[in-house]
Design a protein around this ligand. Structure first.
Ligand SMILES: [Zn+2]
Length: 71
């Protein structure tokens, strides 16, 4: 699996603070650390594009949905 975080950066233009938060969160999840959704406190999961329509970081309830464009 290759994941280019610079492409992730291109998807997150709106808020600098949330970009850094999300990038940190993505990095932690990809490193195998347990990270909880801030909304529902459920563990976040990484899904690759083979497993889902988009690769990204998701929580079970869908309140966290960070899409990563790996194509
Ligand atoms: Zn959630």
């Amino acid at each position: 699996m290759s994941l280019d975080l610079s492409k992730f950066a291109a998807l997150q233009k709106s808020s600098k603070q949330s970009f850094f938060q999300q990038k940190k969160l993505v990095t932690q999840v990809l490193a195998g650390q347990k990270v909880l959704c801030q909304e529902c406190q459920q563990p976040l999961k990484f899904s690759s594009s083979e497993q889902a329509e988009h690769s990204g970081i998701f929580c079970p309830k869908g309140c966290t949905d960070i899409q990563l464009d790996c194509s």
